[in-house]
Ligand binder design. Sequence first.
Ligand code: 13P
Length: 251
Amino acid sequence: MRRPFVAGNWKMNKGPKDAAALAVEIVAAIKGVDTVDVAVAPVAISLAAVNAIVANTNLGMSAQNMFYEENGAYTGELSPLMLEEIGCTYTILGHSERRQIFGEDDELINRKARAAISHGILPIVCCGETLEERESGSTNDKVAFQVKAALSGIRIEDAFKVTVAYEPIWAIGTGRTASPEQAQEVHAMIRNLLGDIFTAEAADKIRIQYGGSVKPANISDLIAKADIDGALVGGASLKAESFAAIVKACS
Ligand code: 13P
């Protein structure tokens, strides 16, 4: 059995003060939950403030992005060593907003994923199709290509360190969730593919989160599906009450 994993992607919201306050509320709201891995991903500038709240609690911390070098002339970037020092267990990589707005490509995301693993940071690797791709029937091809590219060169013994987040772009921030059946179909395809990339045994251990307008009202039907192992939550993770409700529905 895979342990569910729910992460809150706060995106470009909550500076240090507000982030710490929200972390305090979430820690209180999920107290005692011990059957789900939970993390929040604040903006980089709020990581230290959030770590001061969540250290030694059941709330983990993730970055929203990471560069692959340890240090050097990379203006504006953060290294795996820095994320580790500040208390990050995870980092989100290859979010569709990074791909679409900041031009990240599959090769860059793969370098980041490999660097994260070699520095002990657990990558949450995002994939997902546009509405156009879904409507033209190329969802599986697109998602499979992204997953294969992102995980290229990762060793079988490290496979379990990876989380894949399937986030159909048309469902992000739109209030339009993939139906549990639509999501399960892609998750099952991803798990099969992970079996080809690694081994069936390794694929069985990798958690696949669904993301895209996840709310307390729809999480129960999503998490009930065989290959949906949790959620990457955007908007609903900005309120302790809704985020905690999603976490508890997965426990
Ligand atoms: P929403 O939950 O706001 O749709 O965002 C999903 C997402 O992009 C999480 O990474």
